[in-house]
Write a protein of this length. Sequence first.
Length: 417
Amino acid sequence: MIKILCISDSLGMGGTEKSMFVFAKYLLKNKNFKVSICGFFEGGKIIEEAKEVGLKTFVCNGNFHKLKKIILNEKTDIVHLNRSSNKMFELIRFLKKETKVLLVETNHFGKITGNSEEKLVDLRIFVSKFVAMRYIEHKKMSLDEFKINNLVIYNPLDTKRIINFSKFKINSFRKSIGLKNNDFVLLKYGRKDELKFSPLLIKSMSILSKKNDKFKLILIGAPDYIRKMVFVKKIQKSVIFFDNILDEELLSLVLNSVDVLAHTSLIGETFGYVYVESMLSGKPIITNSTPLFDNAQVELIDNNINGFIRNEPLTFSSIIEDLSKKKFLYELISKNALIRANKFDVNLLGTDLINAYEYLIGKTPSLSPKTTTHDMLFSYINSYSLNKRGKQKNTFRSILSEIEDFILKKYYSLLKK
């Protein structure tokens, strides 16, 4: 039996912690593994859910020696760090000095390991091809070097956790927030971070609201500059604001009650749970490419197939209008979104994780991922762009639009002062 301890900064319900938890629950079903999870700095909401499924949890409050004791008592073979920041550098050094565990690191946000820690990690996992590409470029690695102890495994979906609501409940909720039966509703949600929103959506909504008052927008977690921009554009009657929604069931109800996910951002994503969860709910997605920053969303969205990538207000609003009028188009994109979402099922991705663990301890002769093969990764890197930062078929005009949005964000931020 292989004994795994999965560690993240906390046991909250962010994307990093969610990914760790979903994989850990999957491993519980495999008699060849004994798995537990740990919030190194703090606990969180996952603890309650972990107890319900019989998953052992620990919280170390940043205490290295407490963690060492847990590892020794549990006779841990592999420590799997889910790193979303640079806080764990010292922990990596400590684990290798004070214990004999094999060390796996999942890099969620493309943070680069310091040179002294580089050789201490036995296996490195990246949550998207984009993040892997960034790492390869930074380290100036050859692709053959990358294949030795690195691979891509996307963040997993627990498809059984998706809540399906009755038509009555959806209609009742829509009515309770002032929506009419024929309203075509867009949703954008995220944490209250200025860079995680974009003026592109507000400018597009301004175009739509002048054409038809049936277009409505729900904003969850919108920062102040976006709220101010809604009033500057005089579209407040078409926009419904929510503060951050932490209740998972309520968030699922909101998602099921809208027609389209319109998810724009100034800095993009290194993975993006919001996309795959929306796909699983059968919602067409419209997003923007952010080639100057994180841009893994263009991996998840096959443009014009299971969603749309648009960088200008006119084309962004135009595709929303098409979806509202053309039922066949809406149903086709929705169907393709569901097909794409199922490729992130933990039962598929979990096989690559198991193979990686078995490779580490010598049970499997090669590191050969099946869901995102090395050939797929290399093809992605080769085709990403002629430009070093990968502008991926973006026109000069759309890149100017991205810069304009960034400047607008700064301008509207000044209104707060």
